[in-house]
Every structure is written in structure tokens, then in C-alpha cells.
Design a binder for this molecule. Sequence first.
Ligand SMILES: [Zn+2]
Length: 280
Amino acid sequence: MNEPKDAAARRAVKPVICYPVDTLPVPDMAAYHAARDTMTKVDELLVPPREAGCFTVPAGHFFRIVSVEGPQVGDLNLWARDNINERFYSGKTRALHGTHITTGQRMWTSFPYLRPMATITHDTLGWYGKDAFGGSVHDVIGTRCDPYTHNLLAGGQYHHCCHSNLTRALANHLGVSVAEAEPHVHDVLNVFMCTGFTRDTGQYFMKASPVRPGDYLEFYAEIDLLGALSACPGGDCSAEHSSDAAACYPLLVEIFAPDADYLGAASQPAPNGYDRSHGT
Ligand SMILES: [Zn+2]
């Protein structure tokens, strides 16, 4: 390969952050914490291993994804409850916050809405940080395990990948066919999954999740939400996914309501202010 003479100089240029977040509206974490101090559990859903389930969370409520019984990762989809065309935008969330998200960061919705849909208010794995391999938890880089990639790489028909689990759960929830539900399933937040990119080849890697029963990731619902959570067939994702080989455990979703005073004061963020004329 012919390198130009100034190759070293070109490589030495310092990176700049694509999206400086100094002007991003800052979540009022003190207000969230005051509200969560008053909250009581109003509903829960146990998602069986290698399956998914749907749940709804009214704006101003909190929800937790809780590890129970054993280490297990979960693939989370979120939509605006009354308009599933507005959904979680993994790529833009990654561009704004980085490859993994934790307390104080947000899940953002798709165009043309681009507004916060959920804010992480507590993360019992917040201590993990970044490990020596560059791995961290709760990524927005890994899309989801799916039967198409599995078929491409290994052949066969495996029906309990997160993509299919989410599709079945959404179809059941909406009372539509899987063909109708499938296009609404989107790139996920990989809850509890420990992932990164290898330093030498830049490949996506996973390793055994540090999650243990009792750990949870907690969110504040900025808008009325419909959620779907899949208990990934990869279990703790220490070895493989897209098969029934891994030890898998259920995941618990808990919904909490704060005191009525806080609910009354909560306001939903407005959709993005761009006028959508695109220069025409
Ligand atoms: Zn999966």
C-alpha cells in the first residue's frame, strides 16, 4: 500500500466531538430524584427467557428492567404509545451520548420528532465504567440478534432471536400479523449487555455481562411509552446467541408512579422544532 509522505501528520490530527452536548437540554436530575423518592410500584411484567413482552408506561412514571434469577441481557424497543411511527433512534442516541448510556443520559426518538423519550435515572451497573478491553454496559451499537444474520452466517431457521421475539410480542400487543409488526421493530438498547469494539480490527465484541440478580436499569418516561423487552437467547452473552445453547433467565419490568403532585407537574417534551421544509 502506498502511503502518502504526510500520512503520519494526517493521522496525528486530533479528533473533535461530532455533537458537543453543551447545548443539549440538560435533564433536571434533582427533580427526577425528588419524584422517584415518592414512587410506588403499580405494575410489573415478567419476560420469560428467549421471549419478549410488551408494556406501557404513562409519561411521568418510571420503569425498571430488573435482573432476576441469573445474569441475563435484554433487548429494549420503545415507541410513543399512541404513534408507533415515533420510535427509539439508536443511531442518533449513540451520536449524542456515545456507544453506551447510563444515568443522566437519554433515549431519543426518530425523525421528525427527535425528542427525549426516556431518561436513565438509576443504573446499578454504573460502577462498571469501561473495562481493559474497552467494554461497557447498556450499548446502543449492537442492533439486536436476528434470524436473517443468523441465516446468513450459519444457515437454518432460528425463531427466538430478539428480533423475532420483539416482533411476536408487538404483533400480539397490537393484534396484528407478524408481517405488519416486523417493520416497527428497531435497533435496541442492549440492557445489561457488555460490549465494545476490538482495538485492532474494530469488530463488535461481547463478553459475559457483569449483571447479577437485583441489578436494575431505571428510566423516567418523558412521553407515554409502549415498550417491548426481549430476554435475549444469548443469556449473559458470554458465548453465543441465536441458539438455545446459553443459560437464559427471565427479566422483570417494573412500573412505578410518583406522587400525584409530581405527575401533575410533569410536562412532555415537544417534538423537534425544525420546520420540515428542507429548503423548498
Ligand atoms: Zn438478542
